[in-house]
Write a protein that binds this ligand. Sequence first.
Ligand SMILES: *Cc1c(COP(=O)(O)O)cnc(C)c1O
Length: 446
Amino acid sequence: MKTAGMPLRVVRGEGALLHLDDGRKIIDCISSWWVTLHGHGNKQIADAIHEQAQQLEQVIFAGFTHEPAEQLAKGLLELLPRSLTRVFFSDNGSTSVEVALKMAFQYWRNVGEPQRTRFIGFEGGYHGDTMGAMSAGGSSSFWQHFRKLMFDIDVVPFPETWDGDPDVEAKEAASINALRKLLTLDGSGGLQPAANGTGGLQPAFAGIIIEPLIQGAAGMRMCRPEFLRKLRAVADEFSVLLIFDEVMTGFGRTGDWFASTKADVSPDIICLSKGITGGFLPLSVTVCAERIYDAFLSDKLEHALFHSHSYTANPIACAAANASMKLLIETQSRFRDMEATHRRLTQKHLSDSPLLTHFRFCGTIAAFDLAEGQANYYSELPAKLRSKFIEQNLLLRPLGNTIYLLPPYCIDADTLDSVYATIRRTVDEGVSSTKIGTGGRQSALS
Ligand SMILES: *Cc1c(COP(=O)(O)O)cnc(C)c1O
């Protein structure tokens, strides 16, 4: 609070625009932290919320169910990879990850392999701010104060890539090799003494968790769909569960319904939140494969998954999600076509800039970095750029030295064109007027 500027006061939202109380209009180029899909103030979703609120605002979801939740579960299963069959509701991205971790962990206990207690994550991974989610994203420096409260995970490199990257195959191989090394039975890390006391060794890993195709908070770091297929093969070979945290990548962000459908890879567990209600209300789901559900299906209470929240499957949030899904189905071309627009406008405004590098695209998301030595997270440039953008009525929040666009799907090409033109001008002016330290690439959440 001491060093932050005064927050801007928003009185109304409309499409891609945020109206401030001083009359200014800001273009929301990051979908208000990645949640808004159809734009602000969407009437169909607002109407659905209004209607549901008068019908049934909330009900305990233990021993009770309701139409909006059932409809949402059915709708989701139609769009998700076929192998995902069971839906568990919670109420934000972090909790959907907590549920996934608990599910994977207890799954192995229920099937008689309780020594499988460890998880593997990726360098730069971000999975939320609650304890388990922080642990799963353990490589971030943001949680140094909480280390002693977090559980330990193993981390492998994320094969981050961009347009024209000649090293992508090598990076993927390095990542897969690191994984195999951890998981291989004769490597020391992958084994625990057998639970049956025979003195033998058994596999130690319960699951692998990844943000598929794009690590968001780490700076919109992208990997290829091919990598996810290789990852699936390794998980199968060593029988570890594969968890896709699609909290950010779900619902059209990647240009397809989900990163998993885009890459044609089925995880064992998937986490969805952020865009699920179109950005209107908090809600999340953790969806799993039938064999995981089966491992909990028992006469013994101790086999059950003990996890619930007061607002689990809130009917108003579910109604918003159903309205949003309907809209998404009707307007699919918007999220499917946006990558071509990003590419065209990058070509037109940015690609000849010597200050920018590592252009990368995935569906509705475009990202690029300030060239090496121009800035790093702790230098003043990113913060300066952020306020320069706001001065020009753009909501953009550079992550470290990465500038990215992640707009609501309703944004039109002319507006995007003006956004790109402003970015170019601002970067040129910002870099030339800032004395900055050197420093390499930094990944950071801010
Ligand atoms: C935002 C995010 C989360 C956490 O979601 P919250 O709703 O903010 O708790 C988890 N995983 C990923 C990939 C995210 O982008």
